[in-house]
Ligand binder design. Structure first.
Ligand code: HEM
Ligand code: HEM
Length: 212
């Protein structure tokens, strides 16, 4: 299997990154939707796995975006309409945005509760307030404005959690549409597009000469 992306399909590296991300995202959505993740209980196994796998998704997203620069994605099949290609590009860009924004918002939600990500029990990652150098609770400035800071910290916590929940729902919807689109290509258009993201596909999979 080619490592780089050949002209009409995805290569080994892109496929490995895509399908590993799919497995991780399914596990993360499952853990989250099952109600097992709670920033107030950072010591739980579910919290450790959710945070660690989430950070891994962020790292894989960064690797994929860099890999796209090294080895650009294949052209869309020439059988795809202009509108179809715009829809696919918009979908892929939105999925990338979400797999970056979700781990960041989750990290922020955890930090806003003072909880830390214990990355696979190997290393404790810093909280966002540590990264941004914001004043920690208990320092003189924070003490002076304790009452109002307390209220706004709680608002911040809620906002971070709500954003994370909303982004997770958006990902669920977009992934479902992405899956439906892949199935439409397979069973309605019969253009072999899914095989572009699978190891066994023929070199020409994708329905003829490429066109953008
Ligand atoms: C792609 C990565 C991620 C996905 C898909 C994801 C998904 C989810 C989902 C579906 C929920 C449940 C939301 C609901 O109640 O409906 C959740 C909750 C949560 N996630 Fe994530 N998550 C990701 C990354 C992270 C990371 C890196 C952290 C950092 C620790 C994190 C922290 C949390 C926390 C603290 C909650 C509970 C929020 C609350 O109490 O409302 N997530 N996540
Ligand atoms: C967590 C869920 C998923 C995410 C975040 C995701 C994300 C993406 C992204 C960003 C791309 C564009 C790759 C690039 O050009 O750089 C892509 C392509 C693709 N995805 Fe997914 N995907 C997910 C699930 C699935 C599933 C369940 C299928 C099932 C068939 C699938 C099939 C494909 C196919 C066939 C392509 C290649 C499309 C083409 O040939 O142009 N994906 N995916």
């Amino acid at each position: 299997m080619a490592i780089m992306n050949p002209p009409a399909r995805y290569g080994g590296v892109a496929q490995l990154l895509h399908w590993t991300t799919v497995l991780l995202v399914v596990a993360l959505l499952g853990l989250g939707k099952a109600g097992l993740v709670d920033a107030e209980h950072p010591g739980s196994a579910a919290f450790m796995w959710h945070g660690s796998l989430g950070v891994l998704v962020l790292a894989l997203a960064a690797a994929r975006l860099l890999w796209r620069l090294v080895s650009p994605p294949p052209e869309f099949p020439s059988t795809m309409t202009r509108l179809g290609r715009i829809a696919a590009r918009t979908m892929h860009a939105s999925l990338y945005a979400l797999i970056v924004a979700l781990p960041l918002s989750g990290w922020l939600a955890a930090s806003s509760e003072g909880s830390r990500i214990n990355f696979f029990e190997i290393a404790t990652l810093p909280g966002w307030e540590q990264l941004s150098g914001a004043t920690a609770a208990g320092q003189p400035a924070a003490q002076r404005e304790q009452a109002s800071a307390g209220a706004s910290a709680e608002e911040g916590e809620n906002l971070a959690k709500e954003s994370h929940d909303l982004l997770a729902d958006a990902l669920l919807v977009l992934v479902s549409l992405h899956l439906l689109a892949a199935l439409k290509h397979q069973f309605v258009d019969h253009d072999g597009l899914i095989r572009r993201m699978l190891p066994a596909g023929p070199k020409s999979a994708g329905g003829g000469p490429p066109a953008r």
